[in-house]
Design a protein around this ligand. Structure first.
Ligand code: UT7
Length: 342
């Protein structure tokens, strides 16, 4: 069975920067509230880019860092909840733009855990011998599903894309993973896309399916925009992420002291601070990008990973703990070791 290593990373964000002061002109908020409650100073929002264009740019950078060509790719996964269109999927559009003729492609939906789940998939395909080179992308255009009149959510999110290329290797880079989902708490982070409607349904059936019988409507609005019970998701994250990290480390016979870098989903600076405290690890070991990009859901982990990999802080032998969490509710952690030849 083959081992798996990280070959290269890349990222791409929209040119347009939206500051907290810009948002204070839209909703009743202010720079101080946003900075102190979330750690966000600005975010990048699409004005001319698309999910595909950012994904392709991030991928080209990751391929260049990996030193391989698009034709070397066997598989492309795009983790996203905001594809440009549902059909064709985002990964097929990326394949076409890159000219990655040999790759098979699919999208993966697991909200802010999406990139971490996709990394797990890539590792399993490579280990199983079904693929040698896999391109994994996390990308979002959250600005199209955000209610720009809702101060509780619109200040949080940003757009962007990050990518990573994984390949088969003789030395183990991928050490293990821990994934989990709690569908019973799914109502804390939601968005409706479209009502059920076909010519064979009566009006009563449509109402029953789409409105009255929906238990969820009793506890959260039926919105086509992102709805989040922020405090509930916050509580979930600060408990679940350390639990997942401990579980993964225990399974590997390692401790938090053995980890050199923590790359967490960037949802809130205070969540990262709280996780560091619960793990009893210095915050210096955590990469922070939320100040610049806000919460970019599936793109946040690869954007942070790319920043870390290009920072010069990662040395051969270093261990990386990468954790995502969010809608579903979902969570996942993946443990990597950087090999000499990585
Ligand atoms: O990526 C997926 C995972 N997502 C997360 O992990 C997000 C987790 N949650 C959070 O990060 C935080 O809960 C938020 C940043 C979303 C909210 O922070 P909070 O400290 O939990 O604030 P809150 O929702 O409890 O609101 C506190 C107060 C409220 O006012 P009252 O009721 O105390 O008078 C809000 O109306 O702050 C008010 N508020 C605002 N004030 C100014 C809420 N949003 C704003 C705002 N500007 N933008």
């Amino acid at each position: 069975m083959s081992e798996v290593k990280l070959l290269g990373t890349g990222s791409s964000v929209p040119e347009k920067i939206v500051t907290n002061d810009d948002l204070a002109g839209l909703v009743e908020t202010n720079d101080e509230w946003i900075r102190t409650r979330t750690g966000i100073c600005r975010r990048h929002i699409v004005t001319k880019e698309t999910l595909t264009s950012m994904s392709v740019e991030a991928s080209r950078r990751a391929l260049e860092a990996a030193g391989i060509e698009p034709m070397d790719l066997d598989m492309i996964i795009v983790a996203t909840l905001t594809p440009d269109e549902p059909l064709p999927n985002a990964s097929s559009a990326v394949q076409k733009a890159l000219g990655a003729h040999r790759a098979f492609c699919f999208d993966l939906s697991a909200a802010c855990s999406g990139f971490v789940y996709a990394m797990g998939c890539a590792a399993m395909y490579i280990k199983g011998g079904a693929a040698r080179h896999v391109l994994v992308i996390g990308a979002e255009v959250l600005s199209k599903i955000v209610d720009w009149h809702d101060r509780k959510t619109c200040i949080l999110f940003g757009d962007g894309a990050g990518a990573a290329v994984f390949g088969s290797a003789s030395q183990p880079g991928f050490l293990g993973m821990d994934m989990g989902t709690d569908g019973w708490r799914g109502n804390t982070l939601t968005m409706f896309e479209r009502d059920m409607d076909n010519p064979f349904m009566t009006e009563a059936q449509k109402n029953a399916v789409n409105m009255e019988s929906d238990e969820a409507c009793k506890i959260r609005p039926r919105s086509r925009y992102v709805y989040m019970d922020g405090p509930e998701v916050f509580k979930f994250a600060v408990k679940q992420v350390p639990d997942s990290i401990h579980k993964l480390l225990d399974a590997q016979g390692l401790s938090v002291a053995d980890i050199d870098h923590f790359v967490l989903h960037q949802a809130n600076y205070r969540i990262i601070e709280s996780v560091a405290k619960r793990l009893k690890v210095s915050l210096d070991k955590f990469i922070i990008t939320i100040d610049e990009y806000g919460n970019t859901s599936a793109a946040s982990v690869p954007l942070a990973l790319d920043e870390l990999m290009r920072s010069g802080r990662v040395r051969p032998g270093d261990r990386l703990m990468i954790s995502g969490f969010g809608g579903g509710l979902t969570w996942g952690s993946v443990l990597w070791q950087i090999q000499d030849n990585d």
